[in-house]
Design a protein around this ligand. Structure first.
Ligand SMILES: [Zn+2]
Length: 299
């Protein structure tokens, strides 16, 4: 009998990443397909095909990381960002289709689980993660256990009556519109014209451009305010920063650290570390696999 393995699925707005995940977090037969976004039926057909391509008798469970708001009790997807998945009993749909235990998790929570298990957080028991991409997601592991509820850290208020939030969020002064790649592109255009974006901003900062560095420094300070609040709530050993905009890491981390130190209650500031995520896009896939094992184990 082969070792039990699971299929992890990381559903993104543009790509579906799948792989066979072992209990130690190693991934085999990693595949990428384009996310069908025309309709919910097309999206489900794409997910079915991605799973079927890897399914065999050694697979004991399926795990899905989805960019969605979930109800973990019912396994229902309430709504999603950027993909047509809404109001669906997703877990029941998938377990009926594939006759295996199915776990689902928000994509940022799944990435947090992956980094905790196999990446930057492998040596700690309590960590917070923020993913900086188009939006700002988050997740938290407390005493070795992934918190399976909402952890929408990008939507914590860091400035009362501040700038409007991104996407469909109607709030103001949330962390997200200050620290994402989307925010960087907006600031880059204001400073350097309509052709500029987040990538160009980082490149200019790399080349020593003072204005670009000041913009990223300001973003790092806002990030530090958010991290400080999270440290005051969770007292983590580690804060992990991931997502595509973590590419600006070297310009963000010092100002973020400085502001975090100022805001946190003693002695949390002295013992918390801020580290960059290590697994890149594999974090969400590995995390989805771990969620599948939890489902197979009946957790
Ligand atoms: Zn918001």
């Amino acid at each position: 009998m082969p070792d039990p393995r699971v299929i992890g699925v990381d559903l993104g707005g543009t790509e579906i990443l799948t792989g066979i995940v072992a209990r130690d977090g190693t991934v085999e037969r990693r595949r990428e397909t384009t996310t069908p976004t025309e309709s919910q039926d097309a999206l489900l057909a794409g997910l079915d095909a991605a799973v079927e391509a890897l399914l065999d008798d050694s697979v004991v469970g399926l795990g899905f990381g989805v960019p969605s708001r979930l109800d973990q009790k019912t396994g229902r997807v309430e709504g999603s960002v950027n993909i047509p998945l809404e109001g669906l009993d997703f877990r029941a749909r998938m377990s009926e289709r594939f006759l295996r235990p199915v776990g689902i998790e928000n994509d940022a929570n799944a990435a947090t689980y992956g980094e905790f298990h196999s990446g930057a957080g492998r040596d700690v028991s309590t960590m917070v993660m923020l993913t900086l991409g188009t939006g700002c997601g988050g997740g938290v592991v407390i005493d070795g256990k992934l918190y399976r509820g909402w952890a929408e850290f990008g939507h914590m208020v860091i400035e009362y009556d501040g700038i409007p939030c991104q996407g469909s969020c109607t709030g103001r002064g949330h962390l997200e519109p200050y620290v994402t790649g989307t925010a960087a592109t907006k600031l880059a255009r204001e400073a350097f014209g309509p052709a500029a974006d987040a990538h160009r901003l980082i490149r200019l900062a790399d080349e020593g451009d003072q204005r670009a560095r000041e913009i990223l420094d300001g973003m790092g300070r806002r990030l530090g305010a958010g991290i400080g609040s999270l440290v005051n709530i969770f007292d983590p050993e580690l804060v992990v920063i991931g997502g595509g905009f973590a590419a600006a890491w070297e310009f963000l981390v010092e100002p973020a650290h400085e502001v975090m130190e100022r805001e946190v209650l003693a002695p949390a500031g002295g013992r918390v570390r801020i580290a960059r995520a290590e697994l890149g896009t594999a974090a969400g896939l590995i995390g989805a696999g771990l969620v599948a094992f939890d489902a197979a184990d009946g957790l």
